[in-house]
Design a protein around this ligand. Structure first.
Ligand code: ATP
Ligand code: MG
Length: 230
């Protein structure tokens, strides 16, 4: 099937922790996100932003509450399916050791034309055209040939190829320069305009573009509304 086909996310009063015996990192968090909504998530370091996005992929333990995506409780969905159907761009993406082609399309489902199209969307086409081996360029995870920002853009291209309805993006904190940040935002605004996008944002400019802003503090929601209201 094609779940999630709309991209609505209903987080109902969740409390979550990393492991048994550890304190919860999220407490009574409720958020209702409609299909296609762009949500900016902010808050100080350690406030639970990354943890909140990890709950959507069942990467941390929900001890109370539930998350409904397009009408289905995600605890009923296999972890594998869940992680295949949603795309996450982590703070510091790790690429597979292999070609750029493999990193874009690990399941070898798409043709070169699709891959180039995705690279163009992610504003990486020119940069890849300049590489001798182009799509067959080996990306090494040390990142000596690819910056963190570019790695995030590669993940974005992959998410575009997979046509994920839900995209989660954890902006890099230290490494992202203003230009890459602007590029990422521009790609999301155009190529992902009809998709649900959760962006952990570090800049006011990113937040201003969102439909809704969620502010976390010590694992709790302290503000939730339109950027104008906050
Ligand atoms: P930053 O802006 O620095 O990325 P954040 O808002 O994303 O911060 P989280 O990474 O969600 O914050 O961390 C929330 C809390 O969870 C912190 O107290 C942190 O120490 C804890 N935490 C994060 N990752 C783990 C982990 N793998 N195991 C146990 N605790 C963790
Ligand atoms: Mg984080």
């Amino acid at each position: 099937n094609n779940w999630p086909s709309r991209g609505s996310i209903n987080i109902q009063n969740i409390t979550a922790r990393y492991a048994i015996g550890l304190d919860p990192v999220l407490t009574n968090v409720s958020v209702k996100i409609r299909p296609g909504e762009k949500v900016g998530i902010c808050g100080r370091t350690g406030s639970g932003k990354s943890s909140l996005t990890l709950t959507l992929l069942r990467m941390i333990d929900i001890i109370e509450g539930r998350i409904i995506i397009d009408g289905i409780d995600i605890s009923k969905i296999s972890v594998l399916t869940l992680r295949r159907r949603m795309s996450i761009i982590p703070q510091d993406p790790v690429l597979f050791c292999g070609t750029l082609r493999f990193n874009l399309d690990p399941e070898e489902k798409y043709g070169d034309q699709d891959l180039w199209n995705a690279l163009e969307i992610a504003q990486l086409k020119d940069c890849v055209l300049e590489m001798d081996e182009q799509l067959d360029t080996i990306v090494t995870d040390g990142g000596d040939n690819i910056s963190t920002g570019q790695r995030q853009l590669i993940c974005l291209a992959r998410a575009f190829l997979r046509k994920s309805r839900i995209l989660i993006m954890d902006e890099a904190t230290a490494s992202v320069d203003f230009e890459t940040d602007a590029t990422l935002q521009a790609v999301i605004a155009t190529a992902f305009s009809d998709k649900t996008v959760l962006t952990i944002a570090h800049r006011i400019s990113t937040i201003l573009d969102s439909d809704t802003v969620l502010v976390l503090s010590e694992g709790r929601v302290v503000e939730y509304g339109t950027p104008q209201k906050l």
